[in-house]
Design a binder for this molecule. Structure first.
Ligand code: NAD
Length: 269
């Protein structure tokens, strides 16, 4: 593992346009279940219950959706960033990060300290809610408060439209600005690092291929193999938190050494 960690750190040092791409596996160390691992969300719920068309179709489906979503929100609301998020925030401080494209809806890159303009959320964010009719925005805790008080399907104060968390459900259109931006940044990147994604949910999973076609080096860090491993320059199967922490330590060490060399007067070299 040490050799691969060193290789990833070297690629990061050499890179000038690094895009990090995170999935649910980046947040499991923060106590948020992913979808596909054992004990993950799909062991508990049916994916069909999250389909957007179902949400629109009946009051009964919406009630079920809000029940599931309320249960999941409890683990998201209090979650703290882990070593993956912290390492990515540190990469920004080192001026090594072009952006982080995330499939996650937990807001942990924000909490870790990455700046807003460096975070592209492909599947939205569960910490806010919007009206599907008039787009009025609500704080999630305020809406959860209504549910705690007995409301089953919350509606908009202004227009009575349906309220839904600002996340992209299956069958719901991807956010145009974020998707276009993520494609562009991936294509322009010189290094694309996947952390904790099964790379099966489309169109997000096509980003690494897009990056590769644009000439980037591709690194995949995940607990288990993914369908895109064959395209990668480095694949490292293991715990994302430990790996990212060790990669960051190497990047910092080499960065400091490089800065020392550049500050040393020529005759001392
Ligand atoms: P996924 O569940 O399909 O895959 C997660 C991958 O991460 C798996 O391959 C698993 O082996 C790996 N993994 C889990 N813990 C790991 C760890 N500690 N270290 C290394 N690897 C680890 O998730 P996905 O690829 O992100 O795609 C599914 C969808 O999940 C996305 O649309 C996303 O919106 C949604 N989701 C998000 C959250 C969140 O916001 N935290 C949680 C669950 C699901």
């Amino acid at each position: 593992m040490e050799e691969l960690i060193e290789r990833i750190a070297e690629l990061i040092i050499e890179s000038t346009r690094l895009v990090v791409f995170t999935g649910a596996g980046a947040s499991t160390e923060s106590g948020i279940a992913d979808f596909r691992s054992s004990g993950g969300v799909w062991d508990k719920y049916k994916p069909e219950d999250f389909y957007f068309q179902r949400f629109l179709a009946s009051e009964e489906s919406r009630e079920r959706y809000w029940q599931m979503s309320t249960e999941m929100y409890a683990s998201l609301r209090d979650a703290k960033p882990n070593r993956v998020h912290i390492a990515i925030a540190e990469l920004e401080k080192l001026d090594k990060l072009d952006c982080v494209v995330t499939q996650n809806i937990d807001g942990l890159h924000h909490k870790a300290g990455n700046s807003r303009e460096k975070i592209i959320e492909l599947h939205g964010n569960a910490l806010s809610v919007s009206c599907l009719s008039c787009s009025k925005k609500y704080d999630r805790d305020e809406v959860q408060d209504r549910i705690r008080k007995g409301v089953k399907v919350p509606r908009c104060d202004d227009c009575e439209g349906l309220l839904k968390p600002d996340t992209i459900s299956f069958g719901q259109a991807m956010p145009v600005r974020e998707t276009n931006e993520a494609y562009k940044r991936s294509l322009d990147s010189d290094l694309f690092v996947v952390v904790g994604s099964s790379l099966v949910v489309q169109p997000a999973a096509s980003m690494p291929i897009n990056a590769k076609q644009g000439g980037a080096k591709l690194v995949i860090i995940n607990r288990e193999p993914t369908p895109h491993d064959g395209y990668a320059d480095v694949v490292l199967n293991g715990p994302a938190g430990e790996i990212m922490e060790r990669v960051l330590a190497k990047v910092k060490g080499e960065n400091q050494a490089l800065m020392k060399i550049s500050r040393t007067p020529e005759k001392e070299l």
